[in-house]
Design a protein around this ligand. Sequence first.
Ligand SMILES: [Zn+2]
Length: 473
Amino acid sequence: MENSAPAGRYDMIVKSSEILTPSGRVDGQIAIIGERIVGILARDAVATATQVVDAGRRPVIPGLIDTHCHFRDPGYTHKEDYYHGTVAAAAGGVTTVFDMPNVDPPTTTAERLRAHLENAQSKAVVDFGHNASGVVPENIAELAEAGATAFKVWMMQDIGRDYPHPPGTSVTNHAVLYRIFEAVAETGLPLYIHPHDHDLYALFVERARAQWGTDFRSYARALRGGDGVVLNTAIASILEFQRSTGARLHVLHLSTRDGVRMVREAKAQGRPVTAEANPFAMFVTNDWEKIERKGPYSLGFWVPAEDNPAMWQAIEDGTIDVIGSDHGPHTREEKEVGWTDMYTAPGGSPFIEQYLRLMLTEVNKGHLTLERVVELCCSGPAKLTGYDGQKGSITIGADADLVVLDMEHEEVLHADASHYRCGWMPSEDFLATGRPAMTILRGKVIMVDGEVSAEAGSGRLLTPASRRSRVGA
Ligand SMILES: [Zn+2]
């Protein structure tokens, strides 16, 4: 049992026989005053509250923190917007989001970042922050000052698609990348990199087009040309930039066995390196049959069978720190092109409302523990973003961000039951066992059985300046 506040009167009490705290599962009561957890009480402690949630035997976990979502707002709101994206987040048990900078205009300057946060504030229903575009080394210090949570860079060039990596988001030049690492190191913030070797990719695209044409199969194979060399060469480079500059590196989209090996080695040396896995790579594109069936709606990129065991090992053993949803909607019309020409269709697919369900399904199958899901989706992202103690754990002083789980609920997933604007999703027709039944944000119930009650603008902006330290929280 953690510390206990004196028995008394609270604003809210959440009772469960399975409360997942950092020090283990507790059969007891989470006592909340205002927006924060003030006590974790024994089951038989005498306490009263204005609102009592009795979850019974249903587990209660911290609200999820998604460090990687694309809400398409501003600039591409025909795909998604900040309101619908965060409503879907709340429905999926996600109480904190950090969105990505490939919006129009991309957040390359402090002025643009401030405008982006202002727009997000008017629409968000969960707490939020923003990963700014780090492509201009000279602007990194002012972006940090203006409230960036992290910096994101795609190691890409314009490849004939205006999305998802428009001008202002991507860098291939190693000298510029190195200067970005130096500038981000100065801020102490993490640098999120999408690893990709553009020249090698161009080579494998040329070969794939000659052999297989331009459809979705050709595209999937091109990205994994040379047995992952497009990704691994980039990961090797950024790990070396990290070693040289000391920056905090967060490797996105880990999906190759040698990428796993390189990240594991860097971590074993005690370097500030973390890594992300994505639900599309864990549940959809790791199965060629699903790619054949769902075509462009599944892509992203292919994860061949020989890379799967290393990925799941890395998810279990902590080499992978964070699951980021990589929620990235596009319209059906934009995706349909990919059946015949995936090279002009956008990658990316929506996941923020379903990824917890897919993780819980793995728990029910015995492939993962619920504790590990909490580390990957809650406490790991909190450490990455610097909000541990405030977000991502059920602990005294933390925000009362909670999710009540119904582990028995069985459901065939359908996009028409989701909150997405785009109306489709790659996990369509998946059988999920386990779901978030209730979401609580800072002591307020915002979702029950899929119905989201929070109003636009009720989410709160998180910036490094707004972080609370654990002591005196
Ligand atoms: Zn992404």
